[in-house]
Design a binder for this molecule. Structure first.
Ligand SMILES: O=C(O)[C@H](O)[C@@H](O)[C@H](O)[C@H](O)CO
Ligand SMILES: [Zn+2]
Length: 299
């Protein structure tokens, strides 16, 4: 018998919840509302919710050092200092593409911040194609461009041995893998690991678990799925009470709980009435697998 439990845990309804991340030291879940232009810090134990409003759509946030974070904001990389609610720009990208913005991002095992861009959506998942790129912010604040011609740059993570980089360009409906060199951040040998089925819809955010399996949030697919990168097979599906599932991470005690973000943008009144929890953060317990702590930006 399955003991999986899914609860909507955070009262606030987000427009596009994304980039969930467990900050162990604080016992808090960090996340963003992309179009709501806010970064959140929520403590599940006390239910204390803190927010910082930012001046542009914020695609992702990652750990830096105590009280400060790296953010992918508009078309800039910035350092967010929570205490004074300030963001200092450290690098620009896509300056020739004023309609672009950052989307998902994550720190690699070498302490670099990876984040990709996309054209601003006309409506959810409708974008001018091929406008995005995948960038890497190094500790010295210089930026590498890994590749361009991305539609919607989304989830990423690294294998437990750091030798593989997993990546999602949502409109390809595919979860891809690259060989990864953690000493140089080089990627090579791109291949498709898993192609989403019709009901799974669009792959969005992703995270790896302690067994090296990938969890993919299925946007408009109302579920997270667990993929075995060795076999390229779906080994588990967990359905949620909302369609617009955007990302997932492990957190809580020993990283034994999964937190899932969702979106409410782009739903008509009927759809929204049918799924009133759209935009909530969900906690899934009873998965019987743990995650790993997020890496910290070295710069
Ligand atoms: O959260 C994101 O990654 C995008 O910014 C969203 O708008 C959607 O998830 C996307 O349209 C589905 O791929
Ligand atoms: Zn996303």
């Amino acid at each position: 018998m399955s003991s999986i439990k899914i609860e909507c845990v955070m009262g606030e309804k987000l427009r596009i919840g994304e980039s969930p991340l467990w900050e162990e030291k604080e016992g808090t879940l960090l996340f963003v509302d992309i179009t709501g232009q806010k970064v959140y810090r929520w403590n599940p134990a006390s239910n204390n919710l803190q927010t910082v409003s930012v001046e542009a759509p914020v695609g992702s946030v990652a750990l830096r050092n105590s009280g400060s974070y790296v953010v992918a904001l508009g078309n800039k990389f910035g350092i967010l200092k929570w205490e004074d609610q300030s963001v200092t720009t450290i690098a620009h990208v896509d300056e020739d593409k004023p309609n672009n913005r950052f989307n998902d991002g994550k720190v690699d095992p070498g302490g670099r911040f990876f984040a990709g861009t996309m054209a601003q959506e006309l409506q959810p998942a409708v974008v001018e194609r091929n406008q995005g790129s995948l960038f890497v912010l190094l500790a010295d604040h210089s930026v590498i461009t890994h590749f361009d011609k991305v539609d919607i740059s989304n989830g990423m993570d690294w294998s437990l041995d750091h030798k593989t980089f997993f990546y999602i360009d949502s409109l390809s409906y595919s979860v891809d893998a690259f060989d990864y060199d953690v000493t140089t951040a080089n990627i090579s040998n791109r291949r498709c690991l898993y192609r989403l089925g019709k009901e799974e819809c669009l792959p969005d955010g992703m995270c790896i678990d302690i067994e090296g399996k990938l969890w993919i949030a299925c946007y408009n697919g109302g579920r997270v799925i667990r993929i075995d990168p060795e076999t390229g097979k779906n080994i588990q599906t967990v359905k949620l009470p909302v369609d617009k599932v955007t990302s997932c991470c492990f957190g809580g005690k020993d990283y034994s709980e999964m937190y899932v973000t969702s979106a409410s943008d782009g739903m008509d009144d009927q759809w929204a009435a049918r799924q009133p929890q759209s935009g909530c953060i969900f906690k899934i317990t009873g998965l019987n697998v743990k995650g790993i702590p997020p890496y910290t930006f070295a710069g």
